[in-house]
Design a protein around this ligand. Structure first.
Ligand code: F6P
Length: 359
């Protein structure tokens, strides 16, 4: 069936890059002579038939804006078949031939369910968590990382001025990606992620080592999914402040990581993914996610996307640790030596650069 009218929606946690993606979906569709419909508030809007046309002027000036002009929601009812069938009914009634869905993990579960009911659709991965397989990055991550980096740089200023150890908590749900990459980019002294959790005792040990080296601060970046949790480490360190050397403070970055102007890399990625989504949908390809793998657009079946769990690449964890503590004094995870933990890309610490032992 030829596609003449397509709809676009954003769902789940918003992410910088959603607006540039909407813009490119609309522009590309109009360039191909299609009609575009915007769905408000994600799957909730599908179930409520909250649709309106999107024309060129409706997307003016959104390229540099965070959030999403279509708004977003976490729609519980859409997890049920009743909710999905309601959405299907509304799509058919509105004469919509295909759908582009922009969102993260939960959104992809919903997209897969809808595509199994037979509705033509293509998805664009978008979440600051970067926890979707079959794409190196999701929309929102680059901007969120830059926000985290800005926070680390600023907190380091005050931490150094007061000789403090600072816990900084990032978002990421169950993924340590933002904390790990933010920690590397910002030169955090210790990185706490769910995939390789150090204990509070090890954190204290690391801080003491840094204090002994004469450092003016210690930045400990913590992913929100890390167990036993930021608060638990904070309480432990406060109780052992005398032994730390530094006084201890904590900052939870929270939703500032979800907002802000999309970076240049974000806008380019959003544009590439959106154009690929429209091209594939109109070519009759459906039930697919468009991702970026090795700087090339890759299409992956949604069945594969939803059944895959993406971990972080622990080579980066080794790298950060080695640079901070040296290879021999590296902080190891409580459960397993880091070298034995499962790695996303296989490989081990053999590929690690050599660094001097004394730091
Ligand atoms: O999935 C994006 C995300 O920001 C996660 O990092 C975080 O755990 C969650 O959403 C927060 O969700 P909410 O904004 O609904 O509290």
């Amino acid at each position: 069936m030829a596609i003449k009218r397509i709809a676009v929606l954003t769902s789940g946690g918003d992410a910088p890059g959603m607006n540039p993606a909407i813009r490119a979906v609309v522009r590309m569709s109009l360039a191909l002579g299609l009609e575009v419909i915007g769905v408000e508030r994600g799957y909730q809007g599908l179930m409520d038939a909250d649709f309106h046309p999107l024309r060129l002027r409706d997307i003016g000036g959104i390229l540099g804006r965070g959030g999403t002009i279509l708004e977003s929601a976490r729609a519980e009812e859409f997890k049920t078949e009743t909710g999905q069938r309601k959405a299907l009914h509304n799509l058919n009634k509105a004469g919509i031939d295909g759908l582009i869905i922009i969102g993260g993990n939960g959104t992809h579960q919903g997209a897969y369910a809808l595509s199994k009911l037979g509705f033509p659709l293509v998805t664009i991965p978008s979440t600051i968590d970067n926890d979707l397989c079959f794409t190196d990055v999701t929309l929102g991550v680059d901007t969120a990382l830059n926000t985290v980096l800005d926070a680390i740089d600023k907190i380091r200023d005050t931490a150094s001025a007061h000789q403090r150890a600072f816990l900084i908590e990032t978002m990421g749900r169950n993924s340590g990606y933002l904390a790990l990459m933010g920690g590397i980019a910002g030169g955090a002294e210790i990185i706490l992620i769910p995939e390789a959790p150090l204990t509070p005792e090890q954190v204290l040990e690391g801080i003491q080592a840094q204090y002994a080296l004469g450092k003016a601060h210690s930045i400990i970046i913590v992913a929100e999914g890390y167990k036993p949790g930021t608060q638990a480490v904070y309480a432990y360190l406060r109780a052992h402040e005398q032994e730390c050397g530094f006084t201890v403070r904590m900052t939870i970055l929270g939703h500032i990581q979800r907002g802000g102007r999309p970076t240049a890399a974000e806008r380019i990625l959003a544009t590439r993914l959106a154009v690929a989504a429209v091209e594939n949908l109109t070519a009759g390809h459906t039930g697919l996610m468009v991702g970026l793998v090795g700087n090339k657009i890759q299409l992956t079946d949604l069945a594969q996307v939803v059944s895959c769990h993406k971990g972080v690449d622990l080579q980066f964890f080794d790298l950060a640790n080695t640079l901070e503590f040296g290879r021999d004094k590296m902080l190891r995870t409580a459960a397993l030596p880091v070298a034995d933990l499962p790695r996303r890309n296989g490989g081990g610490s053999k590929t690690m650069p050599r660094v001097p032992e004394e730091m």
